[in-house]
Write a new protein. Sequence first.
Length: 349
Amino acid sequence: MPAKLPFQIDYLSPSQLDKFKLSLKENQQSPLLLIAHKPIDNKDFDIKDSSLIRVNSGLKTISQDNVSCYELWSAPGKWLFNKEMSKTHSEFNYAYNDEFFIAGISVNLSHKRTLQDLSQLVYQEILTLIKKYNKTNILRMWNYFPKINQIDNNLERYQQFCVGRYCAFDNISNYPAASAVGNFSSSLVVTFIASKNKPVFIENPEQISAYEYPEVYSPKSPSFSRACFNSGDKDSQLFISGTASITGHQSRYTNDILGQTRLTLNNLDTLIKHTNSSILKKDKFKLLMSDKKISDKGSPAIKVYVRNPEQQPKIAAILEKYIQKESICYLQADICRQELDIEIELFYP
């Protein structure tokens, strides 16, 4: 039975969804957001709850049985659901309670606007929406869009996205934790979680903050923090951004997937250590690269974005020495830097 936590993320096969929903109900948890990790833009969800937010990431699940992974967000208590039409002719679907706001939107990129303009518009609308509900502190964002490394209108598409996001975030003082990877659909997909409470944003002392990167990476710096620690009314969570094989601001271990995986795990551990020592003054969150495997009860939810799916077994051989494999979702995605092949994010409830 799922634990009753402030937020919970579970990775499930289609056959597990209905049974898992029943166990959530028994434990007084509300299913909130369901993300299908499959490349086709469709709405073939088996769950028939009309209030549930449904999003297709457009990413490809990497699994031995070739079954798509579903990512289900849930939380205790009563939540209200609503939807609003975006200027992009797509709908924001969202859920909220007294403390949190969760939303998802999928915008078809056949729209006449450029990716830069669309990104700016969607983010501006997000800021307006959370202000309306007085949940103005964005904790975590996920961004998926196609051909992320392609040059388009004389600018890489990831750089276009960064410029659009930067312009929309013009007046905010702290950037949320975030991930941005390339999907295989025709849509820009954005999901996020915001709160009424102001969180603590965390940087990796072994890396230059993304928002201070030199212009070689983008005309406007990537607007995200390395991690976000949120201490809510009932409990706390740690959201760690998409993390890669980078020290300072430079990519490391090009064409070496084992080296990239180990350095990425080291960067994640550095953020966990920094949170424990500087923010909490205690060892609340368990390190990933430890001698003892993290149990199901204490496992973070981990998403691993892999550029080349044939490299997944090598990555799994390292990760699954430390983490229960049921807590890990492997997804094929294009990484925002062309020379990198893996990115890992995690969420500690």
